[in-house]
Design a binder for this molecule. Sequence first.
Ligand code: C2E
Ligand code: MG
Ligand code: MG
Ligand code: MG
Length: 292
Amino acid sequence: RAKEQGRNSFQYFTDELNLAAHEWLSIENGLHQALERNELFLLYQPQIDLKSRRLIGVEALIRWRHPERGLIMPDKFIPIAEQSGLIVNLGRWCLDTACRQIRAWDSENFYVPRVAVNISARHVRNSRISEDVCAALAAHGVEPGRIGIEITEHTLLENVDTISHTLNDMHRRGTYLALDDFGTGYSSLGYLKLLPVDELKIDRSFIRGVAERDDDIAIVKAVIALGKTLGKKVLAEGVENFEQAGVLEALGCDAIQGYLVAKPLSSVEVKSWTAPPLPFEEPGQAGTVIDT
Ligand code: C2E
Ligand code: MG
Ligand code: MG
Ligand code: MG
């Protein structure tokens, strides 16, 4: 009986694996066509300066409108694109689309200071990301400072020399560089001294509890202090309510992004976006208790 059960669970396990493998292959094949058939699109999530409440930029977030499966989120297909190497084509597509969009907004007299594009480790590591950025900028006549690159900390894990060379190259030409999901990776803080990073994006997981939990407050405080000392901007991601924004403002955070400001929007929706009301603190609530 035990043997029987063992076999059943093994059978179940392999079925699961087959399903996963099949799913994986189907997404991988679909992705090749998605690029050609225009099934990918970008949404843009506003980022604002905490003091002035003004729009400082938007982050481009990719979506896939699959002909049969409907809308697919990046968490589902980015890892597959990374494995297959297609992520490099995808990154180029994002850069090109972002630059085209900047020009389109410009021509509609709508000024977005900067569009941040997520670039995966693999693209930074083994390819000519710097040339790809230049090509996209040149193709649309966009100034380098209007494109930002977001890379996650784990990008820095391997071969820091090569990566540092690549990042320096882009930075020298004026492209803005942000370290995404900061605090969740394993990079040595010493790298921050060597790399031309303009901005630290504090990961959402620390922002969630920033209005209640002492440990989250301590971490966020430390990142802001680190950023200030090293002359880097600090942006908090995943800000969802007034309490969090109030605390971040009291702690001296430079900028925020999150559902409180706006969810990711279409290029048309961005144009009718308006900043959330001032001040962030609801009367007599947050912003008074934080001892900085
Ligand atoms: P990320 O770069 O850290 O992007 C932030 C994610 O948090 C986005 O999810 C965004 O929609 C979500 N978010 C923003 N504000 C809030 C909030 O207030 N609360 C909560 N709960 N979530 C919020 P999304 O769009 O599903 O993207 C997930 C991840 O996929 C991104 O994390 C990024 O790592 C990756 N990704 C997205 N677009 C691209 C792309 O074009 N290229 C690459 N390589 N990766 C991408
Ligand atoms: Mg990002
Ligand atoms: Mg992030
Ligand atoms: Mg994140």
